[in-house]
Write a protein that binds this ligand. Structure first.
Ligand code: GDP
Ligand code: GDP
Length: 429
């Protein structure tokens, strides 16, 4: 089985080769002091805490059409196409550049897991040089010194956290569930409810991040891992900075999850922070369930639930594939439906549709509503999320509305409840 690929991208001279050498144990030493020197792509196997991966140095930047800037962007595009995790290296001494912003944009759009790494930090007591890098929209920059090996262990921790999990036949298996939401929506009450019932076997697994604790449990002969329950149970006073921290923490939990439970407070509805967290889960291609908690506090008649469901999905329209469950962690109402729904959406996210069946549906859809360009053929290339490539005479000519139509047709035919779908259009003659 091929090992997961980890790519290092960034401008010339930020320290990519130095980091590469550091991560593979120093056996390939080709560090040049001349910016932009051409090197071949290097692949080397590496390992950290028992996790194996292959590291790619896409450092071979050659000035083609469009100059260096374009070359760096091409390199980033190549990396997101092939890598499972991308390390985006920036130079803390030089600070933020326009080129960094362009590359960040490519990386963000790709939805690939990206770790923003600020290199050449040798003084960890003064991190003020990192402030500008927040503009890249890739979260906290992780300061390292590749040359001196400082903080490189933390970087590797983050890398192995983000490596794709081998879902089938894993030793310590189970569906990985992240429970996310704003403070006070009832996450820890929900966790206690889920764990508190009988016939549950619980054990705690230290997460790969220093203070994360995952909870492994077994219920009805099925295994689950609740991600970062330490982050949920810790009671921090809420200030602006801890609020930002809690969002970052939620993002990290989402990164590692198979299924994300987006928990809302029924009395408050959907807030902007809820949208951010849900949006992140969607972009990362995670299966999601929207949990409306504290349902006991809502005065209701026979239409309230349906009306509320519509209102939630209106606010979270990008996630209209997600089931909405109305619960009360306080009274236990519908809590027993949570895990069966987790099982279901986890399965949907791993659904593989045979090519022939897929094409029958695509041809029918194209026949019913013809697209502005020819669509020849479709094939599913991935799961979690299910990813379908359409070969077409002109990808640019297929408008968003038609892409939505195809997505709806696929959902009508195959379900895919709770999971985002990725539709990719490629040119073919
Ligand atoms: P690349 O072009 O991105 O592959 O960058 P290199 O790895 O060739 O490094 C460019 C320059 O930065 C070299 O002179 C390195 O010695 C220097 N460099 C790399 N990492 C560090 C670091 O952590 N601290 C400092 N001060 N210099 C570094
Ligand atoms: P967390 O910060 O998201 O982990 O939220 P907690 O689980 O600590 O809950 C915050 C507050 O909401 C506590 O006072 C809980 O007792 C209360 N709470 C949690 N779930 C429910 C619920 O379903 N109904 C009601 N009425 N209160 C709840």
């Amino acid at each position: 089985m091929a090992k997961p690929l980890v790519a290092i991208v960034g401008r010339p001279n930020v320290g990519k080769s130095t980091l590469f050498n550091r991560l593979v144990g120093g056996q390939v030493a080709i560090v040049e002091d001349i910016p932009g020197v051409t090197r071949d792509r290097l692949y080397r196997d590496s390992e950290w805490r028992g996790y194996e991966f292959t590291l790619v140095d896409t450092g071979g930047i050659t000035e083609g059409p469009g100059g260096l800037e374009a070359a760096v962007r091409r390199q980033a595009e190549q990396a997101v196409n092939e890598a499972d995790v991308v390390l985006f290296l920036v130079d803390a001494r030089e600070g933020l550049t326009a080129n960094d912003l362009a590359v960040a944009e490519i990386l963000r759009r790709s939805g690939r897991p990206v770790i923003l790494v600020a290199n050449k930090v040798e003084n960890f007591t003064d991190l003020s040089s990192l402030a500008d890098f927040y503009q890249l929209g890739l979260g906290d920059p992780l300061p390292i010194s590749a040359a001196h090996g400082m903080n490189v262990g933390d970087l590797l921790d983050r890398v192995v956290e983000l490596l794709p999990r081998r879902v089938e036949g894993e030793g310590r298996g189970g569906i990985r569930v992240a429970i996310v939401g704003r403070p006070n929506v009832g996450k820890s009450s929900l966790v206690n409810r889920l764990l508190g019932e009988e016939r549950v076997i619980v054990s705690e697994i230290p997460g790969t991040t220093r203070d994360a604790v995952d909870t492994h449990f077994k219920k009805n002969d099925k295994e689950y891992i609740l991600i970062d329950t330490a982050g949920i149970r810790r009671k921090a006073r809420i200030t602006t900075s801890t609020e930002r921290y809690s969002v970052q923490r939620a993002f990290r939990a989402v990164d590692r999850a198979d299924v994300v439970l987006v928990v809302l407070d029924a009395t408050e509805g959907v807030t902007n922070q809820d949208k951010r967290i849900a949006g992140y889960s969607h972009e990362k291609g995670k299966a999601s369930i929207i949990i409306v908690n504290k349902w006991d506090l809502i005065p209701k008649d026979d239409k309230t639930l349906e009306r509320y469901r519509k209102a939630v999905l209106y606010e979270l329209a990008f996630m209209d594939y997600a089931p909405v469950l109305f619960v009360s962690a306080l009274t236990g109402q519908r809590i027993h439906q949570v895990l069966p729904l987790v099982d279901e959406v986890a399965m949907e996210a791993k659904r593989r549709v045979p090519t022939s069946t897929l094409n029958t549906v695509v041809q029918e859809s194209v026949f019913l509503t013809p697209p502005p360009a020819k669509i020849y053929y479709a094939t599913q290339v991935g799961i979690q999320p299910p990813t379908v490539v359409f070969f077409t005479s002109d990808p640019e000519a297929i408008p968003l509305s038609y892409r939505r139509y195809l997505e709806n047709q696929l959902r009508r035919a195959f379900g895919f409840k709770g999971t985002p779908l990725r539709l990719i259009f490629r040119e073919s003659k």
